[in-house]
Design a protein around this ligand. Structure first.
Ligand SMILES: [Mg+2]
Length: 381
């Protein structure tokens, strides 16, 4: 397409204006300010625990909770602030005290490195934080928020992604009584796809309750709740008849052979969640699972999630992007990766009543990005 000179000037004029306006809003528009973004110098790293309250008691096959203690990180260098968040999960031996300790131990990595060398920082974090992967996630998310702000670009733009390709997010319904499940499904009216927690001896009752009030597409997560392959086979065949799209982690993570046996006998994709944390886990899972559920808290952040996406794609596996109970900080971080994936399940911030931040929003399941640099989050640290 050839542009007329007039049209070219209009377009270039508006983009220059748009860019300079955006720069000045971000507070780093002048040449002088940009020269100060060296990635080195004085650094301030703060760590805080915040109690996130759940709207409904959150029950899955393993446990129940009314609130979560998540750990927030703020990294400030060259006048730019990056925010991160850890959601410690008991399934992986994590808690907020140990997570805070690991973050404090890793501060020196940031003090000693240029933040623009974020690949080097990730490698040092991998060598330093050997448990509490969520602590690594908090630091990597804060680092990438800082990087996005330093380049004055939302992360999805930095990665060359088209957000029109993001799948809609599902909305999760935890285990509950029949009446409460029906109520939750009614409250989830704006969301086009539901994810239903099962893995109990009441699974049929739960799905029947959901189906009594909606015919929406549903996905099911057993959270390792079915302990033998025959039970899993029987339940998946029944779920197929209820219009279930896929099943997540039907059996315990260590039951790889049983899951491979199951996969041969069912006509429904099986997605690994608890069985996969980082890219190194993926090749071995390809024999038993059709896809993987990537969560920043398991992977240890955005950079490892990108590696996992590359690995899963090269093996022809489906990719889902999931979350823990998280605020808008970690949810927004994951949302920037959604153009890469087949399924999104990023509803952690929608299940809490006191989100301290706002960022990427959800409208009828669709992500709404705000074009602010980095994660695009704002709020009270
Ligand atoms: Mg899951």
């Amino acid at each position: 397409m050839k542009l007329s000179r007039k049209r070219f000037l209009q377009l270039s004029g508006s983009s220059v204006l748009g860019f300079s306006l955006f720069n000045s809003l971000a507070g780093c528009g002048s040449k002088e300010a940009h020269q100060k973004i060296t990635g080195t110098g004085d650094i301030m790293i703060e760590v805080k625990t915040k109690k996130l309250n759940l709207a409904h008691t959150w029950t899955i096959s393993r446990n129940s909770s009314d609130f979560k203690n998540n750990v927030f990180v703020k990294i400030e260098r060259n006048g730019i602030i990056g925010y991160g968040e850890a959601a410690p999960n008991v399934r992986y031996g994590e808690d907020y005290q140990k997570t805070t300790k690991r973050i404090n131990e890793a501060k020196k990595i940031f003090e000693q490195n240029n933040l623009f060398h974020f690949v080097d920082i990730k490698e040092e974090l991998d060598q330093t934080i050997l448990d509490q992967s969520c602590a690594k996630a908090a630091l990597d998310i804060a680092l990438m928020d800082w990087i996005g702000k330093a380049f004055n670009l939302p992360l999805y733009k930095l990665w060359g992604l088209n957000i029109a390709k993001s799948p809609v997010t599902s909305y999760s319904i935890g285990i509950d009584t029949v009446e409460v499940i029906k109520q939750k499904v009614r409250e989830a009216e704006p969301y086009p796809i539901l994810k239903i927690k099962v893995g109990t001896d009441r699974d049929r009752e739960i799905i029947n309750a959901v189906r009594s009030v909606t015919d929406k597409p549903i996905r099911v997560d057993a959270n390792e709740g079915w302990k033998n392959k025959e039970e899993a086979l029987e339940k998946i065949k029944w779920l197929k008849d209820q219009g279930v799209e896929f099943i997540e982690q039907p059996m315990p993570a260590h039951m790889l052979d049983e899951t491979a046996w199951l996969r041969d006998k069912v006509d429904m994709p099986i997605i690994a969640d608890e069985a996969v944390k980082t890219a190194a886990d993926i090749p071995n899972l390809a024999q038993a699972y059709d896809g993987i559920n990537i969560k920043l808290m398991k992977s240890g952040g955005l950079q490892e999630a990108l590696r996992m996406i590359g690995m899963a794609k090269s093996l022809g596996m489906k990719i889902m992007l999931g979350c823990m109970i998280e605020s808008s900080v970690a949810i927004s971080a994951a949302a920037h990766l959604t153009p890469f994936v087949d399924y999104a399940d990023l509803d952690g911030n929608l299940l809490i009543t006191n989100d301290p931040f706002s960022g990427v929003k959800v409208d009828h399941g669709k992500f709404v990005f705000n074009n602010k640099p980095g994660l695009g989050v704002e709020g009270e640290f």
